[in-house]
Write a protein that binds this ligand. Structure first.
Ligand code: SF4
Length: 463
């Protein structure tokens, strides 16, 4: 199971700002289940509420009532093992020379360690291990000499890696997407007010209108003078390196991210996969939820029956919050159960979106074998994940990645399947509209932004 990233939401000058932020985060809960927070702004200053857990558990009606003001930003943070603490919950709030500053971040800085060292050498103290706090320190330093938008631009010229940022400073809201545009950030409109969200499913819930994706290297500033778009400092990369895993796995299928409809891309991936390799089977079996959309495309292209013969228990926690290997496998079994009568004596093709460590798939195949499946084939709607992600997705070490250690035949033997095929990189790129604007580093090792971690130095905390 791959760990998700974070989700952002912001709204400017709307009378129901905090309540809308709540629902904006609620719609993006899939992007982070560890903690949630909202900071609002009125003439008395900032009001914040953050907590560990899911959005509806963190906020009550009373909390929302206290989040006064017409401008708000919110954040959901993903689950991790060992790094889960209230101090890492966002948005971060700081006070500098009578100024209230709130910051929410989605991404991962690759030069966080060196920036932190530089700041500590100059007397900065930190209360978390999170790279978002580094950004806050840099902003405060820049504000000593510059006005807010230029200070944000200065900060962005110092940080490297993946970042979508929402700054709320006084009555100004600034949304930034890094020059490579690794993660999504969209601009919408509700009752004439600007809204920002990582994914457009948040806009749909609020009945806000989706206007556009914020561009890579773009900064949108909303203040008393209105709304304007500016570029971050040159040089900007020639083309974006958007995380293609957003389309493969992370984003909700009803969202538009990077100006692509996720559902359509996922279905196309299944279609391309069937073109590349269709086994002789009785039916296609998806594993809910994320594998379903590629499986639909696969079954339609291959003209094979599609059976929803895996029943999901929707009331079980996510498998990756389990700390040990054995518990993770237990989580898989508890979460999805195949329908025995559909499996016995059948030739089955599982279509799923990814294999990262291989442990989840191994448990699933074992279960199908126990139920009497005659043949089990696997088709995966993305290429083998061979390299860790440096930009905020938790494929943390190469050693954990099954495809980094084994070729496809060896993985098939390890999983005990009759055949295994991964979608090619070409097939993956044929499934999206803007094929030259994606990061493929976890498949081909071609990192758009070099990372100190390759020499053993990188920040642990992710926004
Ligand atoms: S390395 Fe993979 S997961 Fe990370 S940003 Fe690039 S495409 Fe996304």
């Amino acid at each position: 199971m791959i760990r998700h990233e974070c989700g952002l939401f912001g709204i400017y000058e709307h009378k129901d700002a905090a309540r809308l932020a709540y629902f904006g985060l609620y719609a993006q809960q899939h992007r982070g289940q560890e903690s949630a927070g909202i900071v609002s702004m009125d003439t008395d200053g900032m009001h914040e509420h953050k907590g560990m857990g899911l959005v509806p558990d963190v906020f009550s009606e009373a909390h929302l009532q206290k989040l006064a003001g017409k401008t708000a930003i919110g954040h959901v943070r993903y689950s991790t093992t060992g790094r889960s603490s209230f101090s890492n919950a966002q948005p971060f709030v700081a006070h500098y020379k009578g100024m209230d500053i709130a910051l929410a971040h989605n991404g991962n800085l690759v030069n966080c360690t060196e920036l932190r060292e530089m700041l500590e050498n100059r007397g900065a103290i930190f209360s978390t291990g999170n790279d978002t706090e580094v950004i806050m320190h840099l902003l405060v330093r820049a504000l000593r000499e510059k006005e807010l938008p230029e200070a944000v631009r200065e900060v962005c010229s110092q940080i490297r890696g993946a970042y979508c940022l929402l700054f709320m400073v006084g009555n100004t809201l600034i949304a930034v997407r890094d020059p490579h545009g690794f993660h999504p950030l969209a601009l919408g409109r509700l009752d004439g007010c600007p809204v920002f969200a990582s994914e457009t499913c948040a806009f749909d819930l609020l009945e806000a209108e989706y206007e556009r994706s914020i561009e890579a290297g773009e900064m949108v500033i909303v203040d008393a003078n209105g709304e304007r778009s500016e570029k971050l400092r040159e040089p900007l990369p020639q083309k974006p390196s958007q995380c293609i895993f957003e389309l493969v796995y992370f984003a909700r299928p009803d969202s538009y991210v990077f100006n692509e409809q996720v559902y359509v891309c996922r279905k196309q991936m299944g279609w391309q996969l069937a073109h590349e390799s269709t086994p002789d089977v009785d039916f296609i079996l998806p594993f809910p939820d994320s594998g379903v959309y590629a499986a639909v495309g696969f079954a339609q292209c291959a003209e094979l029956p599609y059976e929803h013969a895996n029943i999901r228990n929707h009331y079980v926690g996510r498998t990756f919050i389990q700390p040990t290997q054995s518990m993770r496998n237990f989580g898989v079994r508890v979460k999805i159960n195949p329908v025995r009568a559909m499996i016995e004596g059948k030739k089955i093709c599982i279509v799923d979106d990814s294999i990262v460590r291989g442990t989840t798939m191994m448990t699933r195949v074992k279960k199908l074998r126990e139920l009497g499946a005659k043949e089990v084939h696997i088709r995966i709607s993305c290429p083998p994940v061979k390299f860790p992600c440096r930009y905020g997705i938790d494929f943390s070490s190469r050693g954990e990645l099954i495809a980094a250690r084994h070729d496809v035949d060896a993985i098939a033997r390890q999983l005990d399947v009759d055949s295994l095929h991964y979608l090619s990189i070409e097939g993956l790129l044929r499934s999206v509209m803007h094929s030259d604007s994606y990061c493929l580093a976890c498949f081909n090792g071609d990192y758009p932004v070099p990372c100190a971690e390759q020499q053993g130095k990188c920040c642990l905390g992710k926004g």
